[in-house]
Design a protein around this ligand. Structure first.
Ligand code: AMP
Ligand code: TRP
Length: 335
């Protein structure tokens, strides 16, 4: 890249709910790490989003710190990227209000994540419904060019693009239209016990997912128990969802192509494949876990990092919000 050329911006975020797991890592965070050199990156802990489901206040606070330490341990480098707690930048909530006023109810009614969550949740609150508007505000505030997420976020991103386009057309060009960045393989990692539904970090049954902080013995046990099928050969075949998913995980952590993995296991048994897979996951997570245990207790360091992230993020966000307020006709704030 030409040195005078401005770096494009990447933005993504994860809700501090449940345990960060390998699906978040494969679907999103591995790309976050890769994109750091080429882009100016902002990685959020979207704590306001997590309030849309019931939270225990002291656990939520602890979990936020734990997530920050896990972002760092996975390779997010604070010298290159901003790590920001969403609630530290008031402009997220402020822009959400403006975007609410240009979002149609029909658009929110179509959101599949809302439909799924409202089937499961007892507490179907307004925040859960307008969740995608807050996400659009996260993205548009920073004028993000690229948003690395898993495939499940595609519909939400489509809404962000539509809102940006709608605002730009109604007033004048203001927001960058963000592009999704979804891995071709690994964009949708499935549950270990029910491979027809996605692996989720908030699943009530821990056997469905592997958390980034799971101990080696737990990882081995979960992989051994993972549902496959009654065949005996190791084939990368979408009609065999359990095995297909395990090969995707194998491929993501070993860097080997599914076809090469198939070849390696010709004539071998599921148990051989599963033992190796568990080993590969354990080895990949070990450095992350080691690094995590060094950082997690250093609250002073984490707080300093968050303050730095918040100051820089507030500056970027306030530039966008000021522009938005001016364009829609609000009276200028006297400083
Ligand atoms: P969530 O767990 O819903 O907070 O998602 C955090 C990030 O991980 C988002 O970018 C999701 O798209 C991604 N993600 C969540 N679940 C999966 C999955 N099963 N496969 C791939 N990516 C996922
Ligand atoms: N909705 C995303 C999820 O459930 C989390 C999220 C919130 C997000 N704001 C974002 C992702 C902005 C990317 C960009 O995973």
């Amino acid at each position: 890249m030409d040195k005078t050329e401005k770096k494009k911006r990447v933005l993504s975020g994860i809700q501090p709910s449940g345990h960060l797991c390998i699906s978040n890592h494969i679907g999103a965070m591995k790309n976050w790490v890769k994109l750091q050199d080429e882009y100016e990156c902002v990685y959020l802990i979207v704590d306001l989003h997590s309030l849309t489901v019931n939270q225990n206040p002291s656990e939520l606070r602890q979990r936020c710190y734990s997530y920050i330490a896990q972002y760092l341990a996975c390779g997010i480098n604070p010298d290159k990227s901003l790590i920001v707690v969403q609630s530290h930048v008031p402009a997220h909530a402020e822009l959400t209000w403006v975007l609410n006023t240009i979002t149609y109810l029909g658009e929110l009614n179509r959101m599949t994540q809302f439909k799924d969550k409202s089937k499961k949740e007892k507490n179907i609150n307004l925040g859960l419904y307008t969740y995608p508007v807050l996400m659009a505000s996260d993205i548009l505030l920073y004028q993000a060019d690229l948003v690395p997420v898993g495939a499940d976020q595609k519909q939400h991103l489509e809404l962000s693009r539509d809102l940006a386009h709608r605002f730009n057309t109604k007033y004048s060009p203001t927001f960058t239209i963000p592009d999704p960045f979804i891995p071709k393989q690994g964009g949708r990692i499935m549950s270990l016990q029910s491979p027809d539904s996605k692996m989720s970090k908030s699943d009530d049954n821990p056997n469905n997912y592997i958390a980034l902080l799971d101990e080696p013995s737990v990882i081995l046990k979960k992989i051994k128990r993972a549902v496959t099928d009654s065949n005996t050969d190791i084939k990368y075949d979408e009609s065999r969802p359990g095995l297909y998913n395990l090969i995707n995980i194998y491929s993501a952590y070993s860097g080997q192509k599914p076809s090469d993995i198939e070849n390696m296991y010709i004539g071998k048994m599921y148990s051989d494949f599963k033992n190796d897979l568990a080993e590969i996951i354990i080895e990949s997570l070990q450095p992350i876990q080691k690094e995590y245990s060094k950082i997690f207790n250093d609250k002073e360091y984490l707080d300093k990092l968050l303050l730095d992230g918040a100051i820089k993020a507030r500056y970027i966000a306030s530039k966008t919000l000021t522009k938005v307020y001016r364009k829609i006709g609000l009276v200028k704030k006297i400083r």
